[in-house]
Structure formats: structure tokens, C-alpha cells
Design a protein around this ligand. Sequence first.
Ligand code: MG
Length: 378
Amino acid sequence: MDRRTFIHGLGTAIAASTVTTSISSCSGEKQQKEPRYAGNKLKLSFQPYELELRHAFNLAKSSRTKTPGVQVRIEYDGITGYGEASMPPYLGESTESVCRFLNEVDLAQFTDPFRLEDILDYVDHVAPDNRAAKASIDIALHDLIGKIIRQPWYKIWGLSPEKAPNISFTIGIDSEEVVREKVREAEPYKILKVKMGLDRDKETIETIRSMTDRPIFVDVNQGWNKKEHALEMIHWLAERKCLLVEQPLPKEMVDEMAWLKERSPLPLIADEFLQRLPDVVRAKDLYDGINIKLMKCTGMHEAYQMVSAARALGLKLMIGCMTETSCAISAAAQLSPLMDWADLDGNLLITNDCFEGAKIVDGQIRIPDRPGIGVIPL
Ligand code: MG
């Protein structure tokens, strides 16, 4: 089945939700072996989808031109919710692991999609880890629920969309020429996010500063190994209109992070250090804020809980993303009015987005005024 066929599906098949049974391969939709039901059970289907990057994405510890993903949908009573898993290699999930997990999940046992707690609790206990796979179900379920009650999630949560922060546009580690090209490409965005952690850190900032004085978020992706070097770099960056530094040291360097936090002139944000809700408490004494990503935290439901926990602990909030289509980006965008900073540019970095959804207008994320997560399959 090609992607278009998968995304659009057949109206009749959607209306007649089915009990599904597992297939062992990763090649797409779960095959139905039982007779069709009248339409009140959740039906899960999925298909791998490789995201093609506009530029090679170079980080302190990796480089790639594609990111594997899996597109998911949950159908109920003639309505379809869309979700997505994105699996950058360093997170340990793959197309195979996500498909294996989704094949294990039996959503046909549920007849009421509003029982979000029960359904997601079941999904979480199917197997440990598998956070992106779990996020794909969580996102599709939120989309479905929003569509049934005909409201976008930012409204269900009572948020004001105009409070969404400006988003940052990511510039990876690259040659001076490519950095210049990316700065030109980033013209519509008010904040740049610069990846660091290799030898050319200062040169990259100086190249950018020769072209623009826009504020910069720095993301080191655990690339500095000495706390003294990190502190010296952070002072240098603070003098060059950088606003914050994400994950300056390896996540295991806990004592060094506490030392650095006491002395840093810029806010330090936890990314690789933190995955799910219980990690928020661990971040409190080591970082000034946390970067929440749906693919790390199992989706929108837990992300919302992490926001509450972080606020109670006095931590700043950033919402981030992996390389994702507008599906997962639009899901994350629903939470963006709660955030101090938003790094939701994953869909802008790919050439084969298969959804229309959240847009960037004057550098700010514009949440679609459509039910659910607000996406339309292309
Ligand atoms: Mg990061």
C-alpha cells in the first residue's frame, strides 16, 4: 500500500472498525481476520515513513540525512486520528522496534476513546521504553478525541494561542559556507538555535554574528566534557547575545552540572538528561529548565503533566522536537502557549512532509484552528 492510499484510506473501512490481529512484518496496516463490527472499537493501523532531510544534520555525536518514522492512525466510528513516531538513531528506537511494539498493542479492547488514562496506562505497560512508539498512539488518540468533540487541544486545555513563543530555527554543525546558507534560510525566524560541541564552536558563532544579531539558543548535545571549558564557553556566548545553553555536559556528569549551574550566567536547559515525568524532579538542582519532547515523554498526556511538575519546581520550559512531519509538530504546538521557548522546526527541515498543520507566521508558531491536533493529510 502506498502512503497516499494509507493516509486517505477507505471511508467504508473507517466506518466499520474492526478487531485487528497482529502481523509479524513492518509493512503496514494490521490485517483484519475477523468480521467487521458496526463501528465502536478503536482500530490502530500504521506504516513506516522515512523523513528526508533538507541538509545533512550534524550534531556533536552523530550525522544523518534521513530519519526513520512510522505514521499511525486510530479509527473510531468513522473518525480518524493521526499520530507519528520519529526515531533519531541515538534514542534507541527503530522502524522495527516501533512496528513490533504497535503490533503488540490491542486497542480493539477499548470502546470509549475518552478513557485516555486507561488506554494510555495499558499502552505504557505493553512493554517498557518504546517512548516514540507510545507517543504515536498518544498523539493519534488526542487527535481522535479532539475531532469527536470538534475542538483543538489548546482550547480543551484552556490556552491562548497568541501566547505561543517565537520558534527557533536550527543550524547544525557545518562548514562556514553551509552555516551562511542556513542563516539566510532562517531569515523568517526571530531566534536561531545553533548546534555546538565540536572544535569549530566559536567560529560558527562568529560566522553567524557577522551576518545577524538575532538571539541564539545554543545546543551542545552533551558535546563539552569539562566543566571549566563549559563555563568559559558560556561566558563567551553570553557576551554574544546567546540566550540559553542546552545540555552543555554529558547527562551522566551530575556533580559537574550542579557546579556549572551555580556559576552559569545563562540558563541551562536539560534535554538528553531528561525523558519522562519522574525525571523532572531530578532536573531541579542541576538545570534551570527542561526541554520536553513528545517522542521522549510518550506524548501529549505526559507532556502536559511534565509542564505542571516543572512549574511547581520553578523550572523554565521549552518544547522541542525530533525530525518530524507536521503531524507531531502540530501536536506539540498545542502545548506551546505554556512554554517559555519553542523549538518546533522539525517539519521545516524535511522535504517530504505528508501533513498540513501548524505554520510559522512572523516567527511565531500558529496553531491551526481545527479540531484535534489540527492536521490535514496531504
Ligand atoms: Mg537538544
